[in-house]
Design a protein around this ligand. Sequence first.
Ligand SMILES: [Zn+2]
Ligand SMILES: [Zn+2]
Length: 363
Amino acid sequence: MRAAVLHSPNEPLTIEQIDTPAVLEPHEVRVATAAVGICHSDLHVVDGRVARPMPIVLGHEASGIVTEVGSAVDDVVPGDHVVACFVVFCGECRMCLSGRPAMCQNREATMRASDVEPRLSQGGREVHQWTNIAGFAEEMVLHRNAVTVIDDRMPLDLAAMLGCAVATGVGSARKVAAVAPGDHVVVIGAGGVGLNVCQGAAAAGAATVIALDRSDERLALAAERFGATHVVNTAAVADPAALIRELTDGGADHVFEAVGIPALIGLALDATARGGSVWAVGVFGDTAEIAFPAGQLHSGKGVHGVRAGSLEPQRDLPALVEDYLAGRLELEALAGRRIRLDEINDGIADLVAGVGARTLVVF
Ligand SMILES: [Zn+2]
Ligand SMILES: [Zn+2]
């Protein structure tokens, strides 16, 4: 099968033939990829901010149709429509058993052992599988807990975005921060994740949802389709935090950083009310450090890490599908260009340039 392979950072991906095992392990499924989103986290590996072994196939928010299941898989069958999500969980560790699969402590249990044929290879040499998904490929060989079966009325191209952008954004607002009716909310970054924080906060009844970005195109989208009540172009405003404090009577209850730039945590704290919370949703580089005045803590403010919106895939993804089918979740406006696998470097260039919301590779 064909896949887009990254051989070293800052190089274009190349479309190559990749081998997958003829025989699945007992807990695996084989999926014909239908669509995959291109996400900032993929970009972090391409630009070297996140170091991973190479060669590697990126792509971690995908959808597809199951073509084969391993001998121990009895709750997924060929023909099932699935979302493949990077929250791959063992189901048996302390975190999984306490309902927190996004914090799974034993992801090794969902991978192949090092002494067997790898899931992806080329001439016998391993090709690494990013986040246990590797969706930039015609076919995915995955642990059963990497997939969630969804209602087959759900369009598969839009379904791909549920696994990362939507789950992380909506989950951060609704589950992690538990935004309440009347809250003042600020979202820094109106990309795939940030727009979904906006719609999650709006659905939770936030009184104010202020989106910040440097792109007027994205800000217009936030206001018109994703529930933002105010937008601020940070390239055009000298002191965005002061403006936010003015709009929110002293600062926001929740500020979400959805970009992954350490300095923005400082801005987020400045925009937060006393006792409020900053939620670090964006992915920072491996070696990034965050500095802010300690006095912010004595104002009762907290800075909290967020992982995958605390997603519980088997419970939350079907619920998001129901929300979409019932008209309660905006997805069409989230999808930008649809491209073919061999155009993937154009899609990555779109992301770098901040064009459109979410470029989808469709198969
Ligand atoms: Zn992602
Ligand atoms: Zn686990």
